[in-house]
Write a protein that binds this ligand. Sequence first.
Ligand SMILES: Cc1ncc(COP(=O)(O)O)c(C=O)c1O
Length: 427
Amino acid sequence: MSDATMPDATVSDVTMAAEGNTLAERYADALIPVFGTPQRVLVRGEGVHVWDDRGACYLDLLAGIAVNTLGHGHPALVGAITKQTESLAHVSNFFATEPQIELAELLLRLANAPAGSGVFFANSGTEANEAAFKLARRHGGAERPRIIALEGSFHGRTMGALAMTSKAAYREPFAPLPGGVEFLPAGDVDALEAALAPGDVAAVVAEPIQGEAGVVPLAPEYLRALRRATRETGTLLILDEVQTGIARTGHWFAHQGVDGDGEDLRPDAMTLAKGLGGGFPIGALIAFGPEVRGLLTAGQHGTTFGGNPLGAAVALAVLGTIREDGLLEAARDLGEHLVAGVGALGDPRITEVRGAGLLRGIGLADPIAPQLAAAALEAGFLVNAPNPTTIRLAPPLVITADQLDTFIAALPGLLDRAERPETPGGI
Ligand SMILES: Cc1ncc(COP(=O)(O)O)c(C=O)c1O
């Protein structure tokens, strides 16, 4: 038998070499371990449930981190993938396709973008932000070399997006990152105004709700100040709605649900991904208005896969289903239901429920979120702990109130288990 590690190994050689090893062992042998040890090997999904390779079933309260908008195996998703693949799955960007054009038009409409706006399609959130970074540089030129991001921000792992991401542990191993990015404390209007005053900032990039920081919303008054100060100083406002967009917060985009107090909070650019494809990889940058759209001209950016008809058809199916099935209203109502239900527990170990719609962070009095997430997993719930005192919930928008109630009812017991030292290991 030939050695599966030899270059001439066949697929069946590899399969035979793997025989007898569990999927978890094969994962450990075959993948670069940037994600650590996976919590489970998942083999199947249906609706809001997934199953692991031992047959255990879980209520998916995370949706692939705010991705599976319609849950798993939704007929609209399956239908769109099948139908489009039978026809045209991919063409190069030397050619246009109808799904791509239709999706761009629909996103511009949903974003309430003015005439002359435009969309660039990518394949992920980090790529959408990479395009936004280039947009900012084109706007800035030599006169505006600075870019402002916020403390607590997460914008992705490619070098440009990483340069705008604040967490030192993510950044430091990859220095030097693209320069010119500074971080301001989120919510500090004085610091913002002082930073923008010289007029040499190309762009401010911000998430309306900082998801990876622990589902921390920017205060409406800060968002208003952000919009006003960037407009007054000719600075681009880039909103990263990768996690918050596509009905997740009960609005097509989170900034639309913020009380603008009469002010138009529309950004100059917005990035999307995650929920847009409902599990199919697609990202987008929206440039608002002809001036911003004109910052990227022919040849200045590109992608092989971005905007391919398959991804676009899937995204159109996701957006259509959200509208037809009333999932915007559902996200709003279910979000309120969750907040009320968790509040009604009156458990002093829970300090608050942050966020909007179905993007929620349950704040804990003690730093036991990893243990709580592990206890939840053992009990059949997928959640995650973005920081030691927060449990994040971002379930499919097709979840029901009864299904949310099973988790709410289990929470006190899960907290008990998380507090006990013998609780099964962390995540
Ligand atoms: C706000 C935000 N921006 C960007 C990203 C990066 O997206 P992706 O992982 O698709 O590259 C994420 C991912 O968690 C995110 O939450």
